[in-house]
Design a binder for this molecule. Sequence first.
Ligand SMILES: *Cc1c(COP(=O)(O)O)cnc(C)c1O
Length: 359
Amino acid sequence: MSDKQIHNFSAGPCILPQEVLAQAAKAVTELDNIGLSLIEISHRSKEFVAIMEEARGLVKELLGVPDNYSVLFLQGGASLGFLTTAYNFLPQGGKAAYFNTGTWAKGAIAEAKLLGNVDVIASSADSNYDHIPSEYKVPSDAAYLHYTSNNTIFGTQHKSLPTSSVPIICDMSSDIFSKKINVSDYAMIYAGAQKNMGPAGTVVYIVNNDLLGKSGNTIPKYLNLQNHIDKDSMLNTPPVFAIYTSMLMLRWLKNLGGVEAMEKINDAKAAAIYAEIDSNPLFEGHAQVDSRSTMNATFRLKDESLADEFNAMWQAAGISGIKGHRSVGGYRASMYNALPLKSVEKLVEVMRQLAAKHA
Ligand SMILES: *Cc1c(COP(=O)(O)O)cnc(C)c1O
């Protein structure tokens, strides 16, 4: 490892705690003194079954998952989750309600349309997804309402549960485990690991068992969540490394005090960056204030001609990964769980230095 401290603001795959990386690296060589690597043992071995059970158990414990819900670690990322959602909950030719709040929401809508009708109940496309729409009505005959809790690319986040009389399904890829949630508000939550939970390669599903099996669809085997529940998330070979490392990350989170402690730290990080965006005369935010994400802060220079100078400064300060997504431009500071407050403070310091030079 290099001595230079790197402040990793990567939007995903995300920063992981150094201790988690060290333990994961060791397990690739040898898992817990069994003389074999984590990635060369059977997923049916007692060692790996214990890892899978601990990972699922930690999800339940950290989020307070009710007993009638199942926790699964599957493959295909959140992207396959878009289709899995539709197959399991949207009757062929039926209707589902979707928020369109950005790239990932649009992806979910496109997949649902393969099965049924999508009622886009609200969209912020007209203003390049700079806010979460507050005006919407969920039709009572929709099979479910789908939303993206945090819009990773645009830096917006739902600040409260949408009002809905139908079951709610949420893509929580980029803010799961960042704060307290009430799982019983949801029919299903799914989240790709690599934004806020672990490395790429697995996606967690938290699903209300009582609501499955009602779509009437013929569901391909791997997409049928009931099959995975029946096999304790071992229908086929699970992504062992991604699950193990996610489990380590969840242990780390538990030791830190769980999601409530994490939420306080995340709020402090977000408060620091947004205070600077608002007070620094050289910068402006992309997201509207009341829709701002705690996880991804999007902002830009008011005067693009300062970009080369600013870029050189943050790079020299050891900051990595703040270039904005091409659909927004500017900068994006992703402040996932493992990013320390001091990294945000470093970025704020560099933004101030730039302003001081141009005062
Ligand atoms: C990254 C992301 C996705 C896509 O995740 P994959 O695991 O790459 O399929 C979906 N939704 C959100 C909110 C994301 O941030």
